[in-house]
Design a protein. Structure first.
Length: 259
């Protein structure tokens, strides 16, 4: 059966952030991931995780100024110092929490700046990866679909794979979010086969609703089989938006026979 980690940015979202850890434990999860935990002091977050017997498996770099349209900083030309500060913040949290993965967010780019932004992205990620390697941390690069996140630097897994080869650091991997990949590229099983050596993490949600993965156009049992067949033994992040209460929605695991 797949090993799941609950994304508490989306799951248990009717509760304050720290209470979602206890809710995840009560629902049977001993692993969680999140987006931006930085409003909570790391020692407070670690204490809550320890008390619940839950491990933090991954987090994102801070997005920047969301009100100004930021959604990541790694590719933003002229904002390298801001990116470095945000990356070091994420690195400090991941190290303190024992989280093995950081999703490094690229950012929204003006159309005419994409080529130079890719060069900035590669330089920033390469430098960050070398620093993270000392802590045993993997950096994840994720394509975000152009419908939900217009203008984001990378929207396709094939493009991420090319950039990973250019970066050339062994601890830089693809975050294969089946929701985003299906919307932009489809052909999920062949893409799993193609990118298997560089997949560092997987996330799932129904397409197109982004709800529990028991509806929509993706047959997730076949996706899980393909991941297994291609040697993926890592976690699968549940990054979906529940149709109702998270707890009631978890019945999808029984329906898909993955629990």
């Amino acid at each position: 059966m797949p090993a799941f980690t609950a994304n508490i940015a989306f799951l248990f979202a009717d509760r304050p952030f720290l209470e979602r850890i206890d809710a995840a434990r009560a629902a049977g999860f001993d692993k969680v991931e999140c987006h931006f935990p930085y409003d909570t002091p790391v020692e407070v977050l670690q204490g809550r995780l320890d008390a619940a017997g839950v491990r933090m498996t991954g987090l994102n770099t801070a997005p920047g100024d969301i009100r100004a349209g930021d959604w990541g900083l790694a590719a933003l030309i002229g904002r390298e110092d801001e990116f470095e500060a945000g990356f070091q913040q994420a690195r400090a949290y991941a190290k303190a929490l024992g989280a093995p993965m950081i999703h490094v967010m690229a950012g929204v780019i003006e159309p005419g700046a994409r080529k130079q932004a890719c060069r900035t992205y590669v330089r920033n990620i390469r430098r960050a990866a070398r620093a993270a390697a000392a802590d045993g941390i993997t950096l994840l690069l994720e394509p975000l679909n152009a419908h939900d996140r217009p203008g984001y630097l990378v929207s396709r897994s094939d493009h991420i794979a090319t950039l990973i080869r250019e970066i050339g650091e062994p601890n830089v991997k693809l975050l294969f979010d089946a929701y985003h990949v299906q919307i932009m590229e489809g052909d999920l099983i062949r893409r799993i086969e193609r990118h298997a050596p560089i997949i560092g993490h997987v996330q799932i949600a129904a397409v197109p609703s982004r709800a529990e993965p028991d509806e929509g156009e993706v047959a997730f049992p076949a996706v899980f089989d393909a991941l297994r067949a291609n040697g993926y033994g890592g976690l699968i992040g549940l990054e979906y938006k529940p149709r109702g209460s998270t707890e009631e929605g978890l019945a999808w695991m029984e329906r898909l026979a993955v629990r």
